[in-house]
Design a protein around this ligand. Sequence first.
Ligand code: KG4
Ligand code: ZN
Length: 353
Amino acid sequence: MKILGIESSCDETAAAVVENGKRLLSNVVATSMDLHAQYGGVVPEIAARSHIESIVPVIKQAVEQAKCTWKDIDGIAVTYGAGLGGSLLVGVLTARSLAITEKKPLYAINHVEGHVYANFLTETTLPDYVLPAQQPTFPLLALIVSGGHSQLVLFRNHFDYTLLGQTHDDAIGEAFDKVAKILGLPYPGGPSVGKKALEGDPHTFTFPKAKMPGKYDFSFSGLKTAVLRAAQNATGHDHTLPSKELPALLNEAQKANIAASFQRTAIETVVDKAVLAYEEFSPASVVIAGGVAASPELRRQLSERLPLGIAYTDPKLCTDNGAMIATLGCFKAQLGQPAADPYSLDIKPNLSM
Ligand code: KG4
Ligand code: ZN
């Protein structure tokens, strides 16, 4: 069973072929990140236009890299939500056209659910991927941390899960991206704040961890504001100083200490709740998913605080990719989930778990 996965929900145009829900045969990602970097975040119109330019060559390359022809592909899986409307449309319309012309079943994939399935890849024919030796087992606790989502989800089985909690405002990745902007570090903020944090002392500042009514809910907007105030104070100004003036006024040591203290607090916030959920539900496996799952600090804190070992996947499979979409597509096909209608599948920008 070989499934082609197509992903275009944000700024990555991606396609991959996965065999039997565990073997990665190809993984091609074209990103328009550089085009957005000057704006400090994704510009939807630019992202959609980049998808239009890249999607056909990316899919072609993914099929070729897997050493397949269309005859070998058993189905097509595509992200239909959540994400940016214009971006999702490009992937969904391309997948629909291919499903009709190549006569393949089409599987509609929830992007956030897809992130979790990157952890099911255990084999590959590609160089330079470090994958877990075994697939996770159920019940499975998933900590999903990306630029658009921060969620704790308990999977009893495939397609049978409960959302334990989620963010009420910013996603954790979004908080990294906003703090990067405050400190004048490049977009995306996760890697750039993480790198700057290595030079700083994570205990210089005590930032607040939001207390939420829901046991497993998160909030990051207060933390982001606390970082802004600390940065303004560090320059000797008050809260009226425009944030765009901060990068020029902060010295490198101040930036490093703020980055390190913010990163420690943001990561602790999600790890605290993951540990609580682990204690309550005793899952057989814990996985992390989404762009922030690539964070070495998240991996360090989780490994230190959870009693079970976590098999982390390759950081290249944490940020948006087609492989996670193809993997979930394989499970849908293998477990007899209904295929979508290629003549009518619509995008769902606000799709939730
Ligand atoms: O999953 P993803 O590629 O896109 C969404 O679905 O949102 O996640 C992107 C987010 C960005 O906010 C980025 O700053 C963050 O993931 N990110 C990281 C790292 N790499 C990407 N955060 C922390 N450490 C990283 N190494
Ligand atoms: Zn994502």
